[in-house]
Design a protein around this ligand. Structure first.
Ligand code: SF4
Ligand code: SF4
Length: 132
């Protein structure tokens, strides 16, 4: 299973190697998709490709180290090997989460996505994947 997690660190824990600890103890890589720091907390979105038990173990390690963990239940991903940047999905996206950017390359802004599923149906080459 592929799981995405939103992690929130308080300022006291931002500089601690908590993610490294979770990687070492679980034996599974954790991919950081984005990270940002505000005045009051650090927020990170990570992806883990592992079975459910390992994902639960990682969540446990993080929580026991004072990291708030929220599972992101569903998300959209574009398979770049298949996408031909035709733009069909951008026309049906209600929130402009999908746009054609520089050199007419498809750009997905995940934070704008409301998981309506329109893009899945519109793609001629089935390049859009909705993870549950
Ligand atoms: S699922 Fe809906 S909101 Fe999300 S990228 Fe596709 S069309 Fe846009
Ligand atoms: S409709 Fe499919 S092929 Fe066309 S830009 Fe969107 S994801 Fe890429």
């Amino acid at each position: 299973m592929k799981a995405r997690l939103e992690l929130r660190y308080s300022p006291a824990h931002v500089n601690k190697p908590i993610l490294s600890k979770a990687i070492l103890e679980s034996g599974v890589p954790i991919n950081i998709l984005n990270a940002r720091l505000t005045a009051t907390e650090g927020i990170m979105t990570v992806e883990v490709n592992a079975d459910e038990n390992v994902v639960s173990k990682i969540i446990g390690i993080l929580r026991s180290n004072n990291v708030e963990v929220k599972e992101i239940p569903r998300y959209v991903e574009i398979n770049r090997d298949k996408c031909i940047d035709c733009g069909a999905c951008t026309a049906v996206c209600p929130t402009d989460a999908l746009t054609l950017g520089l050199e007419r390359k498809l750009v997905l802004e995940e934070e704008k996505c409301i998981l309506c599923g329109n893009c899945l149906k519109s793609c001629p080459v089935r390049a859009v994947v909705l993870y549950k």
